[in-house]
Design a protein around this ligand. Structure first.
Ligand code: VG1
Ligand code: CO
Length: 578
């Protein structure tokens, strides 16, 4: 093949957000748009990391993925990359990409050093919806801010990109290696099975035999919803073939490029079918709900865990996994190196860390901040309130891992084969009884006017200069909340590399440990999304059984009043409550 230099001019707004560049498909399909971003990524990585490299290119299979794989392959060839690895049909979950970078050995003995992941995660897909791309590094984790800032800088000055226009399109629907020769020598494309490396890793972490036993018990029933995302490429292989679940327990497990028209976000609003089946919907389910249900997002790094008629908040989920990991999961049997959560995630994990005397870290939103801690051997289990949970087995959050972790805990708690099943709800209530309960909720105001959202945030920062004013407003909203004792914008200093990330969310901290946090989303593709996180700690065992929305009502009222939410956004209610 030959290499062409194509003249181009910069596009505005190619700044990677919380997790890569996400835009409407209509934006991505403009001539040169994807090419500019990919070339800027190669430039930012520098020739040392590009020439001769082996790169993974795959994703959640959303609309435009196949075209993007062909373009990136041709550009990689032209930029001196030695090898491209593609999951069969272009499918690899985000956690599987991370695993493939870290663990896989190619047919010729090669190892990968990075990846382009093609996903907009939990955002909808299809010609009128979102596409996305992000780069992951040799440790398997998302590029740190130092690199993403450089990529962005290059997108603002780019004049040309390199591409091999006559390289034939690769057939990504068949496993095998295609060899090509360019001006600098050989270039290969290897298409491989999307699931086998990931399954091998899962088998090295969990006791599949004990999970198999649990799934075969007549007392236990199971259900998994992939929301037509890439988790479907793993679900049957893992839950049915390896663990013996019934095929009827899989919902929406055929990956679709538009996720069946749905919003592939595993929460109580968007995972409707699963929620109904679990007895948490508006109408009574047909038949008895399963004992355990879980869902994934488009790229399968998120998870929602449900019991029968019972919702596990993600903040509780990571705390419960951390509290039980050493006993229930062989990978952790030697102990946890430490635990970490994102700032807006509830402090349930903090309490476990304190009880178990574990190192503890609080990082900004976005998985990239956990990677350094894990690489330094400081963190084993971590999570975010946004349905993301994971461990140092890879450098991404991992939806199926979280399900297997919960199944392991259930298997462990039921190992004596007692008459009555120890349920998901039993495990959570037991946890609250031991550690106290963090009532928690998140309000999302999606697609609000970007200027209004900025004004609301500026207003909240300005208010922080007078806590007496803040307390007047808060008490005016409800006499049932304690005093605000501190207000700031969260800033994080990475204890490993010393890098500082500021403006990571506006915090109002209360005397009794309650918190109100306001952030602007960094993953949307249109307008702005305001996230409001609300948390209250209850240690008194007689008060841990309340309904979450009732317990939190006074704090919610305070938050809406403080932020003048309706005044700024015109919204009287959030789009999504989790
Ligand atoms: C959201 C979540 C964050 C998560 C990120 C990527 O970011 O809040 O916790 O890490 O999505 O998740 P933001 O900036 O919109 O709040 V995923 O599943 O999109 O890779
Ligand atoms: Co995701």
């Amino acid at each position: 093949f030959n290499v062409s230099r194509i003249q181009t001019t910069p596009f505005d707004g190619q700044k990677p957000g919380t997790s890569g560049l996400r835009k409407k498909v209509k934006v991505f399909v403009q001539p040169h748009y994807l090419e500019n971003f990919v070339q800027a990524s190669f430039n930012a990585l520098t020739e040392a990391k590009v020439r001769g490299a082996t790169l993974v290119v795959s994703g959640d299979g959303r609309y435009y993925s196949e075209q993007a794989i062909q373009i990136i392959t041709k550009m990689a060839a032209a930029n001196g990359v030695r090898r491209i690895w593609v999951g069969l049909n272009g499918l690899l979950s985000t956690p599987a990409v991370s695993a493939v970078i870290r663990e896989r050995v190619g047919v010729d003995g090669s190892k990968a050093t990075g990846a382009f992941i093609l996903t907009a995660s939990h955002n909808p897909g299809g010609p009128n919806e979102d596409f996305g791309i992000k780069y992951n590094m040799e440790n398997g984790g998302p590029a740190p801010e130092g690199i993403t800032n450089k990529i962005y800088e290059y997108t603002t000055t780019i004049k040309e990109y390199l591409i091999a226009p006559d390289l034939p399109n690769v057939d990504i629907s068949t496993v095998g290696v295609s060899n090509f020769t360019g001006p600098e020598g050989p270039f290969d494309v290897e298409v491989f099975d999307s699931a086998s490396d990931y399954i091998k890793l899962m088998k090295s972490i969990f006791d599949f035999e004990s999970i198999r036993k649990l799934l075969s018990s007549p007392k236990f029933t199971f259900c998994y919803d992939a929301l037509h995302g890439v988790a479907g490429a793993y679900a049957k292989r893992i839950f049915v073939d390896e663990l013996g679940a019934q095929e009827s327990s899989l919902l929406n497990c055929v990956p679709k490029e538009d996720f069946g028209g749905g919003h592939p976000d595993p929460n109580l609003t968007y995972a409707k079918e699963l929620v109904a089946r679990m007895g948490l919907g508006k109408s009574e389910p047909q038949g008895e709900p399963p004992e355990f249900g879980a869902a994934a997002d488009g790229d399968a790094d998120r998870n929602m865990i449900l019991g029968k008629r019972f919702f596990v908040t993600p903040s509780d989920s990571v705390a419960i996994i951390a509290a039980n990991a050493v006993q229930a999961i062989p990978y952790f049997s030697a102990g946890l190196k430490g635990v970490a959560r994102s700032m807006p995630t509830s402090a349930a994990l903090d309490v476990v860390a304190k009880h178990l005397n574990l190192k503890f870290f609080e990082v900004p939103t976005g998985w990239k901040f956990f990677g350094n801690l894990m690489d330094a051997g400081l963190c084993s289990v971590c999570g975010e309130e946004s349905f993301g949970t994971g461990s140092d087995h890879i450098r991404e959050k991992d939806g199926i891992w979280a399900v297997l972790a919960w199944l392991s805990i259930l298997a462990y708690k039921n190992k004596d084969n007692q008459d009555k099943l120890v349920t998901v709800e039993d495990i959570v209530r037991q946890h609250w009884a031991t550690y106290g309960r963090h009532y928690y909720t998140r309000y999302d105001y999606e697609n609000v006017d970007a200027v209004a959202a900025k004004e609301l945030m500026a207003h909240l920062v300005k208010l922080q200069s007078s806590l007496s004013e803040v307390n007047k407003i808060v008490k005016g909203a409800s006499s049932d909340v304690s005093n605000v004792v501190h207000g700031d914008e969260f800033e994080y200093k990475d204890s490993v590399d010393g890098s500082v990330s500021s403006h990571q969310g506006i915090r109002y901290l209360f005397e009794d440990g309650s918190r109100l946090i306001f952030r602007l989303s960094g993953t949307g593709s249109e307008g702005a999304t305001i996230r409001l996180y609300i948390e209250q700690y209850e240690k008194d065992p007689s008060k841990i059984g309340r309904l979450s929305h009732e317990a939190l009502a006074p704090l919610v009222a305070a938050a809406l009043k403080l932020s003048k939410m309706e005044e700024f956004t015109g919204r009287s209610a959030p789009t999504v409550i989790t």
